[in-house]
Design a protein around this ligand. Structure first.
Ligand code: FDP
Length: 451
């Protein structure tokens, strides 16, 4: 059997191919998408290649009579062909688009199949990392079947009961040849085995920093239903004066928002227990004051540091530092204030916050405009160049419900007027004073790319 051993001196230059392993309905696509979303968010070029999609693109839909009958030679050939198309594309992507981490999202349930992929990785200087999701828990599997059934194009026109039956039949076919990863037979490989979600995790021969980062991230994932609430602090005195940064207190309208926040949260969350995370700045702590939940301060949630521009209005910055003002508008994600930070810097310091968020259940985060944009971008898969320009208005509670294949978002407005702190590209003016209000829920949608 080929081995995954490579010289450690080369390890840091290696590209990584995460090879998913597991029977159908074990959450492999969910994990693949999460890995890609996380790595892209921290600027590592990552992409998932779903073999099922290659099969569908080739015109073969499941459930087609006995497509997964493994004794049928013709079907076996078609499935193998879909795999080789995906692998070909992975190699092309590594070479032509500077790919760094590819995720091969397929069952890969036999050693024969895994060895084939291993060999290709070795021939192309790619570090393989096998990631198995193993489950013998019937409830876990049925929950996953339900999720897949609702999003998979294969099952969209099928009666739910029929679809579940078909799915179980397909699993039974795969089970006949399934070879789980084992220390005894696969001890030379770099692999991770998740048992019933992350109840038990086995990690074997991680060899590069990148692999360890992926492993650490995956270990923190859970799929229990929960909500993440996001809110900016109430309108601050600096917001009213159109100044950025600082550590000012809330305006009278901001205080009103802090008084209304417990009601808004209760209406949406009911009696569930929440933990409130704030930054270390006064305006977020004041906003959390009337909430009777457990509270935690994070320095990492402090607002983007505007360096020498801290305490100025955008107009003053444009007059005093016109070149900086222009440079920021041209590339807001990368621009770093002199003596301060860029959006990229904020994302880097938010990595531990995201790790902890993945581990936790219901959390309410009260923080700042730039920081919220970064957190929101992670959950909603917003591209880097767009994220610093997203509108995150004051006096609005955002509810995120991460699901297996996307995040549902609801915006709940407090109906308390506040200034707009949104500055359009190419101008130093922020919007007019606006009333943030109206009905309760206004936007409901889901992470588009993840569906
Ligand atoms: O990146 P831009 O759009 O300038 O937004 C960040 C700015 O938002 C502000 C408000 O203008 O945040 P906040 O009041 O939420 O703390 C500034 O303090 C901060 O510099």
């Amino acid at each position: 059997m080929p081995k995954s051993v490579y010289k450690i001196s080369d390890a840091e230059n290696l590209k990584v191919c995460v090879v998913m392993v597991g029977l159908p309905a074990r959450g492999k696509s969910f994990i693949s998408q999460k890995i890609v979303r996380f790595l892209s968010w921290i600027s590592i070029n990552a992409r998932s290649f779903n073999v099922g999609q290659y099969r569908r693109d080739a015109g073969t839909l499941e459930p087609s009579s006995d497509f997964f009958d493994f004794a049928n030679e013709e079907n076996y050939k078609l499935r193998k062909q879909a795999e080789s198309f995906a692998v070909e594309d992975i190699l092309k992507w590594f070479n032509e688009e500077d790919g760094v981490v590819a995720v091969l999202d397929a069952t890969n349930t036999t050693r024969e199949r895994r060895d084939r992929i291993l060999k290709i990785c070795q021939d192309n200087n790619i570090a393989p990392m096998f990631l198995e999701s193993y489950s013998d828990d019937q409830d876990f599997v049925l929950r996953n079947i339900k999720e897949v059934r609702t999003v998979s194009p294969d099952y969209k026109d099928l009666d739910p009961e029929e679809a579940t039956k078909d799915f179980l039949k397909k699993i039974a076919e795969y089970e006949k040849t399934y070879e789980t990863l084992s220390d005894k037979l696969d001890g030379d490989l770099t692999y991770m085995k998740l048992i019933n979600g992350v109840q038990e995790v086995i990690v074997n021969k991680i060899q590069t920093y990148l692999q360890s980062r992926i492993a650490f991230y995956v270990m923190n994932l859970h799929i229990k239903p929960r909500c993440i609430y996001l809110s900016r602090h109430g309108e601050s005195i600096y917001n009213v004066e159109q100044k950025i940064g600082g550590d000012s207190l809330l305006s009278p309208r901001g205080l009103k928002y802090s008084q209304k926040l417990p009601e808004l949260v209760r209406e949406s969350a009911g009696d569930v227990d929440l933990t409130v995370w704030t930054s270390t700045l006064k305006r977020t702590q004041q906003t959390a004051e009337c909430l009777s939940y457990r509270k935690l301060q994070w320095k990492a949630l402090d607002e983007l540091d505007a360096g020498i521009c801290d305490g100025m209005t955008y107009e003053e910055i444009e007059n005093k530092y016109p070149e900086d003002f222009k440079a920021r508008d041209e590339d807001k994600y990368e621009y770093r204030y002199r003596g301060g930070e860029s959006y990229r810097d904020v994302v880097i310091r938010l990595e531990p916050v995201i790790m902890e968020l993945e581990r936790q259940e219901n959390i309410l985060i009260i923080t700042h405009q730039a920081v919220l944009r970064c957190i929101y971008a992670y959950y909603m898969n917003v591209p880097q160049e767009e994220s610093p320009w997203m509108s995150i208005p004051l006096h609005t509670l955002i509810k995120l419900e991460p699901r297996a294949y996307g995040t549902k978002v609801t915006r709940i407005k407090a109906n308390i007027p506040a200034v707009s702190t949104y500055k359009e590209k190419g101008t130093s003016q922020v919007g007019e004073s606006v009333t943030v209000g109206g009905g309760i829920r206004d936007i409901i949608n889901e992470t588009p790319e993840d569906k």
